[in-house]
Design a protein around this ligand. Structure first.
Ligand SMILES: Cc1cc2nc3c(=O)[nH]c(=O)nc-3n(C[C@H](O)[C@H](O)[C@H](O)COP(=O)(O)OP(=O)(O)OC[C@H]3O[C@@H](n4cnc5c(N)ncnc54)[C@H](O)[C@@H]3O)c2cc1C
Length: 468
C-alpha cells in the first residue's frame, strides 16, 4: 500500500555515545579520502578513516574499475607519470603484491593509464593507511554531523551494526564522493541539470589471448555494425574492454544506467540506485553474450565478477571559492595555489556515448595544475572536500574526478589539515606557500617547472556555460 503523501514518523530523541576523538576525521575511503588519511597520519596527526564498506579504494574497488587514470599526462608527445608523492607508495605496495600492470595507452592511444588487480589494491590500501599511523573504521556509514557553531563541525555521526555512534574531530575531510558532510554542515553545493551516466563494471575470464589479440580495438566496431544491421541495441557507444595483467581476464566498461525517461541514475536516490543495479546486471548479461558470440577468442569466456555496486561518476559538487572548469583542463592552466596536476582529458558520459575532449593544442604540456581552493568549501572552517565532489564545474569534474587528481587532492587536504591545526586557523587560511613546500618535500609534483600552453581561447566553452 502506498503511504499518503508527506507521511512521516517521529523518532524519539536519544543520546549518541562518542566512540573516539581525533585531530582529523576522514569520511570515505576512495582514492581521495584514502590519500587524505595517509597524509594527515604521516604528518603525525591522530586520524580516523571511516568507510561504509569493508575495504578501501572507493570506485576503484567497489565500482570494479581496475585502472588508474590520471596518473600520467602526454607532455609534448611523451607519456609521463605526473602524479607523485604518497601515490608512489601505494603503487609500490600494489606492485609488491604482483597486482600492477605496466602503463598502457588508451582512448585512441592518446593517453596512458595503468591497470591493477582489485584484491591487491584493497590489501595495499589497508597497509598504507595503517603504516602511516592512521586508524580505519569499516562498515560504518556517516549519517550526519553535529555542529558547535554555524561554521564548525564538532562530530560526525555514524551508523553500523554497533548502532548509532559519534566521532569527534578537529578537522574533517569529506571524501564521500557525494559531498555528504558538506551538505549536512551547510556548505554551498550544486547538482548538474543532467548528471554523468553511471555504469556497472564487470570482468570476463577465460579469454584466449592469442585469438582475442587487440580486441579492444574491434569490439566497439562489431557493436556499431550490429546496431547498424538492426540485430542489437547497446546502452552506449565506445566500450572500454581491456585485458588485465593476466590476459585471460578482461575488464569491461560498457554499460550505461538510466531511468525510464532516459535520465541518468542519481547516486543519491536509493530507488534509482536499486533500479541501476538491476539494469546494470541485465546490460552486463546481454552485452557479454554479444561479445562471447561475436568476438574471436571469447567463445569460452564467462563473467567472473560483477562490481559490488554500480559506479557513480557524479552527484553533488561543492561550490568553493573557485571551480575548476573544462577550459582550465584543456588550456592546461596554472594556478598560484597549485597542489599538483591532472593530465586526464574531459570524459563526458552523456546519453548513449562518451565524449572525450583533449587539450586544445596538438603539441601541449598536457596537464593543468589543480588549485588548493578546489577542496575548500565556503562557510565551514574545519572541513575540506576532496575527490569527485570537490569544487569543479560538471565538465571540469568530467576530467579531474579520476584517480590521479583524487590522490593529489587527498594528499593536499591531509597535509593542509596538519598546517591548519598547527597554526590554529581555519582551513581556508592555511599558508599556501608552506603547504606547497610540504607537498614538494613529500614527493608531490606541483607542475611548476613547465610553462603553460600559450594561445588559448579566453572565454569558457559555450558547451560548459550551458551547464551552469
Ligand atoms: C563506472 C566508472 C568507471 C570509472 N573508470 C575509471 C578508471 O578506469 N580509472 C580511474 O582512475 N577513474 C575511473 N573512474 C572515476 C574514479 O574512479 C572516481 O571518480 C574516483 O574513484 C572518485 O574518487 P573519490 O574518492 O572522490 O570517491 P569514490 O571513489 O566514489 O569513493 C567514495 C568512498 O566513500 C565511501 N562513502 C560514501 N559515502 C559514505 C558515508 N556516508 N559514510 C562512509 N563512507 C562513505 C564509499 O563507500 C567510497 O568508498 C570511473 C568511475 C566510474 C563510476
Amino acid at each position: 500500500m502506498t503511504p499518503p503523501l508527506g507521511a512521516s514518523v517521529t523518532e524519539p530523541e536519544r543520546a549518541v555515545p562518542v566512540i573516539g576523538e581525533y585531530d582529523v576525521v576522514v569520511v570515505g575511503g576512495g582514492p581521495a579520502g584514502l590519500m587524505s588519511a595517509v597524509a594527515a597520519a604521516k604528518q603525525g596527526r591522530s586520524t580516523l578513516l571511516i568507510e561504509r564498506y569493508g575495504f578501501l579504494g572507493g570506485a576503484g574497488t567497489m565500482g570494479g574499475l581496475s585502472t588508474f587514470c590520471g596518473l600520467h599526462a602526454r607532455v609534448h608527445g611523451e607519456d609521463v607519470r605526473v602524479v607523485r608523492g604518497f601515490a608512489d607508495e601505494l603503487l609500490d605496495r600494489i606492485d609488491l603484491l604482483g597486482g600492477l600492470n605496466a602503463p598502457h595507452l588508451t582512448i585512441e592511444d592518446r593517453i596512458a593509464a595503468q591497470a591493477f588487480d582489485i584484491p591487491a589494491y584493497k590489501m595495499a590500501a589497508d597497509d598504507l593507511v595503517l603504516a602511516a599511523g592512521g586508524e580505519i573504521l569499516f562498515h560504518a556509514t556517516a549519517v550526519g554531523v553535529v555542529m558547535t557553531a554555524d561554521d564548525t563541525i564538532d562530530a560526525v555521526v555514524v551508523e553500523s551494526k554497533s548502532g548509532r555512534q559519534a566521532i569527534r574531530g578537529r578537522v574533517f575531510i569529506d571524501g564521500s564522493g557525494d559531498a555528504d558532510l558538506a551538505v549536512w554542515s551547510g556548505a554551498p553545493y550544486e547538482v548538474s541539470e543532467r548528471l554523468l551516466y553511471p555504469s556497472l563494471m564487470f570482468r570476463i575470464n577465460a579469454v584466449d589471448p592469442d585469438r582475442a589479440g587487440a580486441a579492444w580495438r574491434t569490439i566497439g566496431r562489431l557493436m556499431d555494425e550490429a546496431e547498424a544491421a538492426g540485430t542489437h541495441r547497446f546502452p552506449r557507444k565506445k566500450p572500454i574492454v581491456r585485458p588485465q595483467r593476466n590476459p585471460i581476464e578482461w575488464r569491461s566498461n560498457l554499460t550505461q544506467l538510466s531511468n525510464e525517461d532516459g535520465s541518468p541514475i542519481d547516486g543519491t536516490d536509493v530507488a534509482q540506485l536499486t533500479r541501476g543495479e538491476i539494469q546494470g546486471r541485465a546490460q552486463a548479461r546481454d552485452t557479454f553474450a554479444f561479445i562471447r558470440d561475436n568476438a574471436p577468442g571469447f567463445e569460452d569466456a564467462y563473467i567472473v565478477d560483477l562490481a559490488p555496486q554500480i559506479g557513480i561518476r557524479e552527484t553533488r559538487r561543492i561550490v568553493g571559492p573557485y571551480q575548476v572548469t573544462e577550459h582550465d583542463i584543456r588550456a592546461c592552466v596554472d594556478f598560484p595555489d597549485t597542489i599538483g596536476v591532472n593530465g586526464w582529458p574531459v570524459e563526458a558520459h552523456v546519453a548513449g556515448d562518451v565524449d572525450f575532449r583533449f587539450p586544445y593544442a596538438e603539441d601541449t604540456r598536457g596537464f593543468n595544475q589543480l588549485p588548493f581552493r578546489m577542496v575548500l568549501p565556503q562557510r565551514v572552517r574545519n572541513l575540506m572536500v576532496v575527490g569527485r565532489c570537490a569544487s569543479m564545474t560538471q565538465w571540469g569534474q568530467s576530467s579531474a574526478r579520476v584517480t590521479g587528481p583524487c590522490f593529489v587532492m587527498g594528499q593536499a587536504a591531509g597535509t593542509a589539515a596538519d598546517l591548519a591545526l598547527s597554526a590554529g586557523v581555519a582551513v581556508q587560511d592555511v599558508d599556501v606557500t608552506a603547504l606547497q613546500a610540504r607537498l614538494s618535500a613529500d614527493g608531490a609534483y606541483l607542475g611548476t617547472d613547465l610553462p603553460p600552453d600559450p594561445a588559448v581561447p579566453a572565454e569558457p566553452l559555450a558547451q560548459e556555460a550551458a551547464t551552469r
